[in-house]
Structures are given as C-alpha cells and as structure tokens.
Design a protein around this ligand. Sequence first.
Ligand SMILES: C[S@@+](CC[C@H](N)C(=O)[O-])C[C@H]1O[C@@H](n2cnc3c(N)ncnc32)[C@H](O)[C@@H]1O
Length: 1022
Amino acid sequence: MSQVLINQYLAQLDVLRKVGGTHRESVVREAFKDLLKGWGKQHDLVFIPEYKLESATRDTRFVDGALLHELRVPFGYWEAKDAKDDLDAEIEFKFKRGYPQDNIIFEDSLHAVLIQHRAEVMRCDVADAHALEKLLKLFFSFERAEIADFRQAVAQFKTDLPAVLEALRAMIEREHAANAAFTRASKKFLKHAQEAINPGLTAADVREMLIQHILTEEIFSKVFDSEFHRDNNVARELYKLEATFFTGGLKKSTLKGLEAYYASIRAAAAQIGNHHEKQTFLKVIYENFYKVYNAKAADRLGVVYTPNEIVRFMIDGADWLCEKHFGRNLIDRDVQILDPATGTGTFICELLEHFRGTPAKLAHKYKEELHANEVAILPYYVANLNIEATYAAITGEYAEFQNLCFVDTLDNVGLHTQAHGVTADLFGSVSEENVARIKRQNGRKISVIIGNPPYNANQANENDNNKNREYPEVDARIRQTYIAESTAQKTKLYDMYARFFRWASDRLDANGVLAFVSNRSFVESRTFDGFRKVVAQEFAELYVVDLGGDVRANPKLSGTKHNVFGIQTGVAISFLVKRKGSKGGRVFYARRPELETAEEKLAFLGSAALSRLALEEVRPDAKQNWLNLTSNDFETLLPIASKDVKGATKPSQEKAIFKLFSLGISTNRDEWVYGDDPAALARRMRFFTTNYDAQRPTHDYDTTIKWSRNLKRRFEQGRRETFDAERLTRAAYRPFYSPHLYDSDLFIDEGGSKAAMFPLGKPNCAICFSDAGSRTNYVVLAVGGIADLHFGSSIDAYQQVPLYRYDEAGNRIDNITDWALAEFRKHYQPGRGRKPQPITKEAIFHFVYAVLHDPAYREKYAQNLKREFPRIPLHGDSDTVFWQWAAWGEALMALHIGYEQVAPFALVRTDVADEKVRAAGQSPKCLLKSDKETGRILIDSETMLSGVPPDAWAYLLGNRCAIDWVLDQYKEKKPRDPTIREKFDTYRFADHKEKLIDLLMRVTTVSVETARIVMAMTSRSR
Ligand SMILES: C[S@@+](CC[C@H](N)C(=O)[O-])C[C@H]1O[C@@H](n2cnc3c(N)ncnc32)[C@H](O)[C@@H]1O
C-alpha cells in the first residue's frame, strides 16, 4: 500500500509540474499533502491543513499541515517550501519561530527532511521512491509516550472504575447513616434540585450527580486551566455537598485507583496547544467516560457530540435563511438563538467562532442572545467549560456564560408564554441563578433554534429498565398534530426527535428558523406522513439535506464507514423557516450519494453552503410522500386487503381480495418460545411458566425470565397459563426456517390474528409479505403456519393474508371475499355461453401469489409496494391467461410451503477430515458460507457442497437469497438472554449438520424451480 501511495505521489507530482509548468510550492504541495493524508488514514490519523500553532507569546503561526490522533493530540507536522528556497535556511528560520521539532517533515518537492526529537534523522531525494518510503516509515513510526500511556490508561480505566464506583457508593451510603451534615446537605440539595430541575428527581439521582461530579472535576479543571466551574451554580452546591465528607486523605485514597487515568489525561492535554483541538479532546474524553460510567444513560440521553462540519454547515445555513427571509443575520440585535440539547456546547462555541469577526457585537450576543439547555449534569459542565473557554480564547477575557440552563427542555413547555412569577413558582431556588436563567430564556422570543436533539426511540428490552420518560404536554401536541394527520396504522411518534421537533416548532417565534440534525426517517417513512403534512403547513420553507447512511435499509453500508454519527439509522439535516402569514410550505431536498463515506460527507459539508447547494423542489403527493413519487395505475388495481374491509360488518363493504390480514406474531422473547428441539423448548417453557407463577406481586420483576410491558400487565391482571405440551407447534420464523413454537396466548406478546388464522390443529396457509413502510427489499412467501413479525428482516414487519379464517367455534370460513370472486369472474368469465372451468377462490389465491412474484410487477410498482399493501392487476382478458397465472401460483406455493418435501438437488458433497481439530478432540469449525462465484457452500472445516447452479442465487427474499437465509439460521449464536445463556444454551451446530445439508439441497431445488417459473412469467403475455 505504501508503495502504491508513493507511486501515486510521484505520478501526481509529474502531472502538476507538467500542467503547472512550475515547482512553485502552492502548486506541487498538493501532491505531498495527499500522500500524507492517505498514509495517515491507514494509521487512523486525521490530516488538518493550515494547522494553527499557539505559542506562549500569542503570536499565531500556521504549519502547512498536521496529523492528529483521534484525541486531537498532534502526531506530526509537515511544512512545504518552494523549490527555489534554501531548505536548510528555511528550517532554521522556522525553528527559531517556534515550530515543533518532535516529528516534522520539511519538503520542497525535490528533497524531504525529517526532524525528530530536535534532530535531523533523515533526508532524501523525493524522486527516490525507496528512500522516501523509508523516511515516511520513520515519520509514521514515531510514538508519543503520552498517547501510548493514554490508550493504556483508558483500557485500565474501564477495569478500575467499577471498584471506585462501588467504594464511592458505599461511602455515600455510610455518610447517609452517620453524617448529619451530609444528610442535611443532600436533603437540601435534593429539594433544590427537585424544585429547580425536575420534581421527579430522587435521592438516588443526587447520589449519582455527586459521584459524577467527584469523578470528573479533576478532568475538567485540569484540561482547561480554569477554576471557573467552582462558580457554576449547580457545581457550587455539589462542591458544598462533597465538602461535608469527601476531602483530604479520604478523597485522595479513594480516587487513587483512577490517578493513572487522570495523570495520562493531564499529560495528553498538555500536548495540545490549539484551543479548538483542546475542545475536541475534552469531548472525546467525556464521551469515553460517560460510556464506561453509565452505558445505559449514554444511550438513553444520546450522549454523542456533533461533528464540527455539521455544526458549521447548520450555522451557516441558518444565517443565510435568516438573511433571506428576514433581512437580518444571526449576529444582529434581537436575533435570539437557542440550542435546546446542548451536550458539550458545540453549537454555541461554533456560533461564537462565527461571530469572531464582529467583536463589538459578540459580547452582547454572548451575554444576551445565546441560550442553551441541557438536562444531564456532565454535559452541562462540559458545555459551560467549552463555551466560556471559547469566548475567552476569542476575546482575551473571561466572562461567565449566564444563559446555559439546567432544565429538561421538553418539560419547559409553555412556561415561556407565562408570566415570570409563574415560572418562579415552578422552579423554586436551587440557585436563584438557574431560575433567573430559565426566566430570562423563557422571556425571549426565540428566532433561531439549532441543535442535535437526542435519539432513543424505544427501549429494546424491558428487563433493562432504560425507559424513556413520558412528556404529557409535548406528547399531547404530537397527538393533536402529527398523529392526527397520519394514516399509518400504528404510530410510534413519541420518539425524542419528534418531541424535539414538536417542542421547537411551538417554541419558535412567529418568524424564525429551526435547524436540527436528526435521523432521516421523517423523510420517507410512512409513520411520518402526518409529520410531513404538518411541518409543511406550519413552516413556509423546508430544506432537507439527506446524509443517508441507513445501514438497516441498505446492508451494503456500514455504520462506521458510511454514517456521519457511526450509527445504523440514516441522518438528515433540516432547516425549517417559520414566517408569519405564510400558507403552506415549499420543500427543498438534496441527498448525498448512497455509497459516500462518512468522511466524504463531512468533507463535503465542510466546504458546502446551503445557499449554494443544488436542492430540488419536492411537490408532495396527496399521501404526503416527498420522495419517489409515482404516477402509475396502482390505484386502479384490486386492493389485496385494507383496514376498512377487515373491520367491515356487511359483505357489501368488503371490497378487497382478502377479508382478514394480520401482522406476524411478536413474541418479545424469541429465544424462549422458539426452538429447534421440541424437548428443549418444552423444558425452557416449563421453567418460564414456573418462574412466572412464582413471581410475587412486588413489582420488582425477577429478571431470570424475560419480562415485557405486556407480560407485566397480564401478570397484574392475574393471567396464568399452565404448561401444556399441546401448545408446541411449528411456525415460519424466517424464510425456509420453521422451528418449533410454544403457541402461548400469555407469553407471546402480540399474537396478531393467530387464533383466527392458525388455530391449533386446523389446516391453513397464508401469503406473507412486507408490510407498508418496509425499508429492506420486498419479501413475499407462502407459509403453512404462523409467521413471525420480523419474518424477512429484523427491522421490518411482515403481514399475512390466509386462505381461510376460523371463527371461535372452529368453523372454517373463506377469507377471499365474494366481491373478489365476482370481480375475477366478471373480468375473465363474463359470458354465459361457454362453460369454462369456473374460477374459484383457491385459484384466485394462487393467481395473487403468482402476480406478487412477477418481476415486471415488482419493478413497476416498487415504490407503491414500499408504502402500501399490494394491489393486484388482472393480466389479460382471457380465461386462459388467468389459469396460466393461477397455475404458476399453485406451483410456486407447492414448492414454498412444501420446501421440506421437494426432491433434493444433487449438490456434490466433499468431506476432508480436519486433522487439526480432530487431534485436538474438537468438532470441525462451523463455516456456513456461500460462494456465489464458484457455486459452493462451505459447511464446516470438513465439508463442502458444490454445484449450486447460478439460478439458485437469483431467488431473493428481501436482502438475502433463500440459501443464505437457511445458512444464517443454523449458525451458532451466543444467546442474548442471560438465563438462556446460562441454563439452556444447548445448540451445537454439529447436531444439526446433516439435517441442514439435506435442507440446503431441497432449498436449492426450490430456488432453481422458482427462478424457472418467474422467468417464464417474464416471457409470457399478460
Ligand atoms: C446528541 S447530544 C448533543 C450534542 C451536542 N450538539 C454536542 O456536540 O455536544 C444530545 C444532548 O441532549 C441532551 N438531552 C437529552 N434529553 C434532553 C432534554 N429532554 N432536554 C435537554 N437536553 C437533553 C443529552 O444529555 C445530550 O447531551
């Protein structure tokens, strides 16, 4: 790789010289810069051009480039010179001016000189590729002791912190019992905190605040040489509380375990002269700290900082929109700016930088018109530090930032509209100051709200107890607006992004700009149709810059590589302009290329401006879609199912092909209720039932078994269910994988309509398909039993339409409506003259199934199928065409439902003993990988199947082919549930190997035959 980079460099140098006809530094330096950048990337180093060196004399110098560690500690520097300069004289001159001498390259496009530890270690001719490689290797092998120590210290910190935490907790507990001064002070603090911050705060919260304070005060006060946070209003109270017991020798000895960590932070911080980088350093430390200290809270509060490129782009865009719409800039008087989820204060700091050029106005802005809220104590400190330090760096003087409030933004509803007196009543007085801040902020007409709200949509596991709290007022506003206007069936709109959008829309003045970076689901998800409608009504102009990176929708992407936050959900930046009297908004949209990396996206934002961006105006359709608008005949086709028909009480209202449809089952405890081995499943469920019954109604549910909100509710209602082996059945968990299921009414969280579709022992079959709003590729597959909610992907839901349904007495009823039968007959068999084979409901079932497989249909209606239930076209007019499609459907269905019985495909099996594992007395290593190029499937380190025909891979269900679905299900996975892991982890691949090989051969037949039928469809007339 390094050779390649050097060759590229020399070639680029050649081109630049030829094109530019010059050796001028400004032209040819680009080549060396690219070389350093590319090489640095391999070492996870960030290249910063024109890096500012801060000297003690306040005399500013810029080196041409610096490579920085993620922590922002400099790794090495580069200075380019002109070929006609005297390089040695230049080096001497630069060192006199205070350039760093620990690891720096000087080059003039002819020669390169490397200085390390104040001495020249090598010089070479840059055209000598071999020598240049050696020089660069020396440069990149430089190791700063502080960084090595720091890395070690962080790893150690993770090990040491729990013990220190435990000691601190025990100490606080003890003081509670024995130290009257402490008890008094903490009671007082709690009262204050409840009154000033949130009435829901408890004594336990106070303890945690105190612990966080104790653990981090050292870090923060040392990174910035400032004592200021002793003056901060909440910190001051915490210092007082701390002083009642935790001082001197006790403090020293307790924190001794973490001293190495603190020392390494101090040492690393001392290396950073640049103020900007110091801030980033603090943010990285803080994020690291929080994730070790309390991973759950870090997740719940969304503790991640916003990359500077995004922040700058948003500030610049908001400034432009203010000017465009209101003729004023952010720096102008009376433009009040608020960051409601300030975290480490990045937005406010960057705003201060933005105003750097107008120092006179800056002071007023800082004191009167910049506002921030934060709800967590640690970010609050960091924001305070960063903001004040930035202001001091710009102006040269220290001034307290008085507009950072310690308040839950979403609780601060409506207070700004109330008289100050009311506010004072509500907020009591932990510190008069905080109340004054909140009052001041609430008294302002906010013109710009800008920030990065937290995201945590739903708690993944009830046993984690990491639930988001509710916000009755904001949630009610969401209900009245976004949900009221939505057509989605189930609306999960109480996520933090939706809440912050709702809150900010209401909080903003009649004229103003709202700029948020959030996830991108509001752009196209069906659930957000009401949201899209309402924001387009409430705002005059909307700009959305879609940064993509939705890993779940596109498995080719990776969170770390393609997503600007390194997460799985896509990201978008939005700007919403509110203007008095405006009716109906215009929506502008731009999207970054799907495969662009996060680094490229940030580089793009770093140099882009909203005002210059080519945005497309979107004209929302009647269903509030913004993207991928379709104009086709979908609306005229026969609906497969609908909410109205499902609920209809008269047959004349049943104008859809199927009456009943339902989502697959959502168990909320898959590892408990599904299983390959019925005996093991029965053992697990006996255990579950026993533990459930043994639970005492004390509300502290024993997490040996997996609880969920529904199960707790059912428990409270006194619902019980004795273990019954008759409940063991099989279900379609994933395509071509039907494990056993314990069909419980109590322990399956959401049973959908399983009782009406698949009552135990009654025959039926159903078509399972991707629900409206799915993000992954379409799935349609017939199944002979209950399907799982996440049948084709863990992030999407799947619906089922069955051939029959059953009433409570067990009577079978046709699920295909009479209306559908009449429509088909009217179309295909209108006359009475001939006596054709009459169309039956079963034939319609097959017809529908075939049409849903038709590639031309899937392509034409791809966008519709993403958003809505399918509708079915009646291909051709003749009876013969109908029967052809019905026959295809019937053949497909026989293959898909009977996949375990079809003839196995003759794959070639090769077994070669793995001597190494045998000698070690182990089983062969499980591989389960397919290789489409060679047509092979690697089963384990001893067995391979070959001869998979190319067509077999073509049969796709969602994002995988059928064979890969099967392989995936048989892998050995570590159970996530701790009880299962400990007591019931019995799955060993070796026990299932032969069964799997047999299944793969059969699924190969299914795939090849499916591909053949589907191919036939494409060549036949419709
Ligand atoms: C994504 S971070 C903000 C990052 C910030 N822009 C930065 O660069 O540091 C979200 C922040 O919102 C805070 N937060 C979460 N819920 C909040 C609420 N209801 N009110 C105020 N702040 C909240 C979190 O503690 C977290 O610091």
